[in-house]
Design a protein around this ligand. Structure first.
Ligand code: FAD
Length: 437
């Protein structure tokens, strides 16, 4: 039994079913819950104020939950090794408990703290809480369907309860007052911390498979920000979804996709910057700045593509089908390097997860682990199929709301009172095949 430990919150901003927090409370008399705003990461994320806004609201929520258990959340703004060095030396800390990081930047930060603990003779105790399965125990599988079979057999679904009490000693440290908003951010009016739990209760997992690709229907869970920041445990989400729709339902297969990307990253860490498929490492992307500008400014002349980009900018979220369509459009139709798209999404997505984002961009650019040699989405067919009445397009491009659907679906055949299409999809097809040959 430890006398006093730190619990380090990272991507697990909850007290319910939080494995490392539960263990910290079980195995010590006093726990100091800590969250650290890391300046080097905030600097990298500086334009993403609304994501920080969501993070701050989530921390306020977490702080109240901790107070209900008698404890107190301490937030700092500094490099973690400096924060921890002070706390260890001043307050006689014997261990730091945390849920293990698996992302590139998370691992980098964790490594420095691990070294510090080693030097200071403090235990660094980690748990795997960010996944449903023990992804590091699954034999390396490069194809999702093969991975999925092992994944199902390696699930660890036992939930832990929230700690009965959190005994936090009083510290005298220059902490960050999250209520006074000392960290620069913009209030997030779209995403609220309590929406996730409500959504989990209300969402119809039974209709997910049927509706998930429809852009004009609210048919996906919208749980991604809550998963990304750990506001709800994955085990709980799994339980609710499997009780409603069965263990083999499509929704659970999507949760497995998230873990598949981490599995690939564990076995092929160069994945962040290097194409998974060796034969696709020499593609000569055209990287035309003018085309890229039109894409990020939602002026491609393809209403579906532009509506999706506007959705991303307004809501910091984009429907999965739309993410696939725009990623295909950028890399195939515009022949722009997938890394440009990856970093554009990084800037805007509330659920931005570097491993998942890189994985999906590589997959959509046909350079990642995908048994299909080349996927090209036709933006006209996609619009007709997944936004048949143009409700999605008209929501984000209200100036087009009087135009009939057949015109909005196909800007190449019908001249619209709108931006001229920046490329002709059909003319690009021949070039794309050359680019990938
Ligand atoms: P639902 O359809 O309800 O799915 C439930 C959960 O399953 C999601 O919340 C997510 O955790 C997981 N999931 C679903 N699809 C995928 C997928 N293709 N890959 C991995 N996990 C998945 N998701 C992120 O969380 N962060 C990202 O940075 C991210 N970048 C993406 C970039 C591109 C180019 C593409 C095509 C997809 C990306 N995704 C990313 C995956 C997916 O689009 C989102 O997870 C999903 O749209 C979130 O909405 P939802 O919660 O309603 O999803």
């Amino acid at each position: 039994m430890y006398r006093r430990v730190i619990f380090w919150f990272k991507r697990d901003l909850r007290i319910d079913d939080n494995r490392a927090l539960f263990e910290a409370c079980q195995n010590s008399f006093e726990v100091i819950p800590v969250f650290i705003f890391i300046p080097s990461i905030l600097e990298r994320f500086k334009s993403y104020d609304r994501r920080t806004g969501f993070l701050i609201e989530s921390l306020k929520h977490l702080s109240k939950e901790i107070e209900k258990k008698g404890g107190r959340l301490y937030c700092f703004h500094d490099e973690p090794q400096r924060v921890f060095l002070t706390l260890i030396r001043k307050y006689g800390i014997q261990a730091i408990f945390t849920n293990r990081a698996f992302s590139w930047s998370g691992e980098e930060v964790e490594e420095t703290v691990k070294k510090l603990c080693l030097n200071e003779g403090v235990d660094f105790v980690t748990f795997n809480d960010n996944f449903l399965a023990e992804i590091d125990k699954i034999p390396y599988r490069k194809i999702y369907s093969k991975f999925y079979r092992y994944w199902e057999q390696n699930l660890r679904l036992t939930e832990v309860s929230s700690p009965e009490r959190i005994n936090t000693p009083k510290l005298n440290e220059p902490e960050i007052d999250i209520v006074a908003s000392e960290i620069s951010h913009e209030k997030n009016i779209v995403w609220k911390p309590d929406f996730g739990i409500r959504r989990l209760k209300e969402f119809d997992f039974n209709r997910y498979e049927e509706l998930r690709d429809r852009l004009d229907i609210d048919g996906t869970s919208k749980l991604s920000p809550y998963i990304r920041f750990g506001l709800i445990s994955l085990r709980k989400i799994y339980r609710v979804a499997s009780e409603a729709a069965g263990q083999d339902c499509q929704f659970i297969k999507e949760l497995a996709w998230r873990e598949f990307w981490y599995h690939i990253k564990l076995n092929f860490p160069q994945f962040k910057n290097l194409e998974f498929q060796e034969k696709r490492r020499k593609i000569r992307w055209q990287n035309d700045e003018k085309l890229y500008k039109a894409f990020i400014e939602a002026k491609t002349g393809y209403p579906l593509i532009d509506a999706a980009i506007i959705q991303l900018k307004q809501e910091n979220w984009m429907h999965n089908r739309a993410r696939m369509i725009v990623a295909s459009f950028l890399t195939k139709d515009l022949m722009i390097d997938w890394r440009w798209g990856e970093s554009f999404f990084m800037e805007h997505l509330i659920d931005y997860d570097e491993v998942v984002n890189v994985g999906n961009w590589q997959w959509n650019a046909s350079v990642g682990p995908d048994p299909k040699p080349l996927r090209i989405f036709n933006p006209i067919i996609q619009a007709k199929k997944f936004d048949p009445d143009c409700k999605f397009i008209k929501k984000y491009l209200p100036s087009l709301k009087k135009l009939p659907s057949f015109m909005l679906h196909d800007p190449l055949t019908h001249r619209l009172p709108y931006h001229k299409p920046i490329v002709n999809h059909f003319e690009r097809l021949i070039l794309i095949k050359k680019l990938y040959s």
